[in-house]
Structure formats: structure tokens, C-alpha cells
Write a protein that binds this ligand. Structure first.
Ligand code: M6R
Length: 600
């Protein structure tokens, strides 16, 4: 979590840093700060709160062409001005911003910083104080920086200013993402290319345990032992307009509306001119060769994984296990002889998933990452990648990435089935085309979902989602969407499981949202709705054409039964959006959260 940015060039740096930080705010937004350097020294501005508050706090009169900035999601120490980055060494000579978690910060503090009075509760301050202590001995900033980095364990993306050097930003990276942006007479560093797209589209990728000396007229990448590394830049493919809200009030609403386009893009990207599935032959071979698939993911991506299991087992006849990444790392199940690990991650940066990837790579198992960010850590470190083509997802609540994940997994399942010689009466591209049209029809009925949100969720403290089969999985996603952005306590349950405990929570007026889009469980889920209604629940049924009954709150047009989750989730997303809006919540940046969870 957290986002860092740095600039060294000819322009005044404040606005470049602040604009960059605004683009990184999705990574954390509880406090923020910038430090700029000029011939009078370093000037630091920090606030508790968002970049908008920081903008107001920054002294406009100070001019500088070199600086670093940070937007924070607290890990060590409460969100406060004191704990906000940048942090400075005792003498004020060194100033640092950091994204990541220093695991051995207590050991470093006890061994090297006995005589240093620390000002904050952060692990980050340990790094900058360590650099100063080492520099006092070594008298060489670059060497002290490298030595400090060598002593750290954990994850870090670091940018450091030296008040006595107006032509360098020192940078290091391990496990946390970091890129160098290249310009004609300037260079930048940023956690994500989005933070620098307003000035350049040329970037250098950094590998773990590399340091970089960033100057106005060039950059020098080094390994920790000082050996130089040369690397070609790449052109970022994101269009800067993709990361603007345009006329939408929130990114979440924009991204919900983008879903039909994303599905059509996926059809286009995964189909060749003969209408065959276009997929990396190595991915196909890996799918064919494995005897069991282990899907590893977190949050919404985990929910997409549950549906991916359905596609792969039903179509390609390969057993699939779906695991929450943070649990798998510490409690690995017995593995099959030829497993294939499939990591599903919008960002490709989720630390919990990455830690499983590291573990399973050590065991020699092949890995496929399904991600929206092909250059991301999970993508780089896995053997194969499938791209979601969803475009940047900015709202913390994932919407279009979820449906894209399901679409790509469905295509993968069909491709594997065909590769194994299994005959299918299912044309994924044609069916996904119908899904895209249906999504459009649903997105056009926003007033209906706004009314349902008002009627059922305006004042409630809790809400239950129930379903059976794949509807249960979509209910889990619906409950996650609702709780994370509206703060209504929302839980998803398998309809048949209610009577085994949960039904005790149903009271007069408790909202229960039931999904009824599956023929084989239509009768039984409706029975479960009767049971909660008999205990006072205020229930709403979202059903599918052909399975609908009088009184259903909303009937979704019919799509292929396997693909119903791609459309039945839209009502969940829109109802959650409007519930949050009616409650005056910050839809795109809910409290305590960040878009990519890069700490375990
Ligand atoms: O980037 P990832 O898909 O790996 O992120 C995993 C979860 O943190 C993420 O899906 C999270 O649950 C969503 N933002 C919730 O809407």
C-alpha cells in the first residue's frame, strides 16, 4: 500500500508531485506529504488526510526542481501528521518516503539506533536514521544508502533526498512496486506509471534489490553489490484519459458502466481472425499438463476464482481448489503430483498472493497469473500471464476487473476443454457477446437499482445476501461490495446453510437480498426466502428471465446459465453504489482501505 513519487528536473516540482500523488491516492489515503529541495535546504509539508488537504498546506512560495512525495495507508503507527511521510534523519540532512513494511525494524533500531531519538512510530523512520548513522561512519551517501538497504528485510520502495546534493534522488526497491519515468531533461520515480503519465510515457522497470541513482540527466541502476545494470525503457500503454472520471461523479460508476466494453475487448483480444480462441500455446500446454489447479486470490478476485472453478471443472474436467491467499501461505494443503497455480489479481501486486507464488516457485510448480496489469510483480514472476484488458480500475471497490476475470477464466476453460478434445456445445465468444449486451441493458436501468437501494438499505445496519450454487458466490461478492463502500454489515450465505445458525440474526425488517438465477436451485432458494420472510425479513429477489415469479424485485434478461454471474453481479454493484451514495459515503475511497494491498 502507500504510493511514492519523486521528480528531478527543470520545472517547479510541487504540482508535478501533487498531481502524481492524486493518481496514487488509490494506494492509500490516510495522510500525505511532500519534501522539496533547493539551495536553502529541504522543505517538508505533511498532513493527516488526503492530497486535497496537502495541496492547501503546501507553501506556494517555495520553488524547487527536485522533490519526493507520499500518500499513506498506515501500517506502523496511527494516521497522523507525525507518522506521515516524508521522514527525516535527526540532522535533517536525509529525507525519505517509503512504501512497504520493514520486518526487522526492531532489530535494526536496537542494533544501530540506540543513541537516536525517534520522532515517529513508523518503521520508515528507522531507514532514514540508519542511513544517517551509516553515513556518519562511511562518509559516502551512495555507499551508506546501499549498506542500509542491505540491512533491511521486508518490502520497500524508497526515495531519498540528501540536502547536500541538489542533483540526485536515491532509490531502492524490494517487493514493493516502483518504476523510473524518463524525460528529456528530467526523471521521475513512481509506484505506478499513472503517477507520471502527465509528464512521460517512457518507463524503466526495476527489479527487487536494485538501487537507482536518479539525476536530471540520467539514471543509473545498480545491484546491491554496486554492479551496474542496463535496461531498455518501455512505453506505458495506458492512455491518461483512462484514468480520469470524465463526466462521472465516481470512478466506481464509470467502471460499472465500462463492463460491456471490457467484455467486448476481451472477445476481441482472445479471438483470432478465424474465430478460434487466441491463447499463448504455453498456457494451453500448462493447463493440459496439470492434474489439479490451485487458484490463489484475495477479496473480489477470490470470488472470481470460485466461479473460475465452476468453469474449469464443468467444461475442462480438471479438479480445481480455490484458496484465500493469506491462508494458503501458512496452511498449505496436500498438493497433487502436477499442480498448476493460477493467481488471480487485478493489481498483480497483492502481497498475500505473491507470498504464495514465491513459496510454490520454490517447490518448482508452474504458475499462471490472470491480471489487469501485465508488468506487475505477479505477472513478472509467474511463468505465464493472461491479461484482463479491463483498463485501469481506480475505485477501491473492484467491479470491471471481477467480470473481466470471469470472462477470461471462462475462455481459458473452453480453450482447455478443446485442447483436451472435449466436445462442447458452448461458444464462449458468442455467449460473452450476449453478456455484454445484457450488461448494457442493466446499466441503463440505474434508477431501478437506486430505488431498491433507497427502499431496502437507506437506514439498515445490516443486510444478508443468499443464493445457492453460483448465486451463492455472487452473493459473497455482493456482500463485499456493499460492506466495503456503505459500511452496512453485509454477509453472504448459502441459502441452505441459513437454518444452521444464521437465521437467528433475522429480525423484523432485516434486508435479505436473494439471487435466483439458477434453474436447479430456483425452487429451494425461494423456499429459503419464505423462511426468512416468516421471521420478518424484508426480502428482495433478483431473478433471471424464465425463472422469475411475480413479486421479484428485478428480472435479469437471460444469458447462458454458466455466465449468469457476469450479469447478476451488476445489480449487486449498482445497489451497493447507491446505498453508499445515499449514506454520504466516500464511494471511491472507503475508510481504512486501499486499492492494492501490498503488505501481508
Ligand atoms: O488486486 P487484487 O485483485 O489482487 O486485490 C485483491 C483484493 O484486495 C481486492 O479484490 C479487494 O477485495 C477489492 N478491492 C474489493 O472490492
Amino acid at each position: 500500500m502507500c504510493g511514492i513519487v519523486g521528480y528531478i528536473g527543470q520545472q517547479d516540482t510541487k504540482d508535478i508531485l501533487l498531481t502524481g500523488l492524486e493518481k496514487l491516492e488509490y494506494r492509500g489515503y490516510d495522510s500525505a506529504g511532500i519534501a522539496t529541495l533547493n539551495d536553502k535546504g529541504v522543505n517538508v509539508s505533511k498532513v493527516k488526510g488526503r492530497i486535497a488537504t496537502l495541496r492547501e498546506a503546501v507553501d506556494e512560495s517555495i520553488k524547487s526542481t527536485q522533490g519526493i512525495g507520499h500518500t499513506r495507508w498506515a501500517t506502523h503507527g496511527v494516521p497522523s501528521e507525525l507518522n506521515a511521510h516524508p521522514h527525516q534523519s535527526t540532522s535533517g540532512r536525509f529525507t525519505i518516503v517509503h512504501n512497504g513494511v520493514i520486518e526487522n525494524y526492531v532489530d535494526v533500531r536496537d542494533e544501530y539506533l540506540e543513541n537516536v531519538e525517534l520522532k515517529s512510530d513508523t518503521d520508515t523512520e528507522i531507514i532514514v536514521q540508519l542511513i544517517e548513522v551509516l553515513h556518519n561512519d562511511m562518509n559516502d551517501v551512495a555507499a551508506a544508502f546501499r549498506k542500509a538497504v542491505e540491512l533491511l528485510t521486508g518490502s520497500y520502495a524508497i526515495a531519498l533526498l540528501d540536502a547536500e546534493n541538489e542533483d540526485t534522488i536515491y532509490v531502492a526497491k524490494n517487493k514493493s512496486p516502483l518504476l523510473v519515468g524518463l524525460g528529456d531533461d528530467f526523471n521521475m520515480v513512481a509506484s505506478d506509471s499513472m503517477a507520471a503519465l502527465h509528464v512521460t510515457d517512457q518507463f524503466l522497470e526495476l527489479m527487487d534489490k536494485e538501487t537507482v541513482i536518479v539525476r536530471r540527466d540520467g539514471v543509473e541502476i545498480q545491484k546491491l553489490d554496486g554492479t551496474k545494470v542496463s535496461r531498455e525503457p518501455f512505453t506505458a500503454e495506458i492512455d491518461s484519459s483512462d484514468i480520469e472520471k470524465g463526466t462521472y461523479p465516481h470512478f466506481m460508476l464509470k467502471e460499472i458502466d465500462e463492463q460491456p466494453f471490457v467484455i467486448r475487448k476481451i472477445i476481441q483480444e482472445y479471438q483470432d481472425e478465424n474465430d478460434n480462441i487466441k491463447l499463448d500455446a504455453d498456457v494451453r500446454a500448462a493447463m493440459k499438463a496439470c492434474d489439479r489447479i490451485y487458484i490463489i486470490a484475495a477479496g473480489t478476485s477470490y470470488h472470481a476464482g470460485l466461479l473460475g472453478k465452476q468453469f474449469i471443472e464443468k467444461l475442462a474436467n480438471i479438479p480445481v481448489e480455490v484458496h484465500v491467499a493469506s491462508e494458503f501461505s501458512y496452511n498449505m494443503p496436500l498438493l497433487s503430483e502436477n499442480p498448476l497455480f493460477v493467481f488471480i489479481s487485478q493489481s498483480g501486486e497483492t502481497a498475500d498472493s505473491r507470498s504464495v507464488l514465491v513459496q510454490t516457485k520454490e517447490l518448482g510448480h508452474p504458475a499462471l497469473t490472470v491480471t489487469n496489469v501485465p508488468g506487475s510483480t505477479l505477472s513478472r514472476e509467474a511463468d505465464y500471464t493472461l491479461h484482463l484488458h479491463a483498463g485501469p480500475e481506480i475505485a477501491v471497490a473492484s467491479t470491471k476487473a471481477y467480470t473481466a476475470q470471469m470472462a477470461v477464466l471462462a475462455i481459458l476453460a473452453v480453450d482447455t476443454a478443446r485442447a483436451k478434445g472435449i466436445e462442447l456445445d458452448f461458444d464462449p465468444m458468442q455467449e460473452l457477446g450476449i453478456v455484454a449486451n445484457t450488461m448494457e441493458a442493466l446499466a441503463d436501468q440505474k434508477e431501478k437499482f437506486e430505488d431498491l437501494a433507497r427502499e431496502y438499505l437507506q437506514t439498515t445496519r445490516n443486510c444478508f445476501f443468499i443464493g445457492r450454487g453460483t448465486d451463492y458466490y455472487v452473493g459473497l461478492e455482493g456482500s463485499l461490495k456493499l460492506k466495503e463502500i456503505s459500511y452496512i454489515q453485509a454477509e453472504g450465505f448459502a441459502g441452505g446453510e441459513l437454518k444452521h445458525g444464521t437465521i437467528a440474526l433475522i429480525e423484523e425488517g432485516t434486508p435479505v437480498i436473494a439471487l435466483a438465477t439458477q434453474e436447479n436451485v430456483n425452487y429451494s432458494i425461494r423456499g429459503n426466502v419464505q423462511e426468512v420472510e416468516a421471521r420478518g425479513a424484508n426480502s428482495m429477489i433478483i431473478s433471471m428471465k424464465g425463472l422469475d415469479k411475480e413479486g421479484d424485485a428485478f428480472v435479469i434478461p437471460q444469458v447462458h446459465e454458466l455466465l449468469t454471474p457476469l450479469v447478476s453481479v451488476l445489480p449487486m454493484q449498482l445497489i451497493s453504489y447507491y446505498a453508499a451514495l445515499h449514506r454520504d459515503c466516500d464511494v471511491d475511497k472507503p475508510r481504512n482501505l486501499a486499492k492494492s494491498v501490498t503488505v501481508e
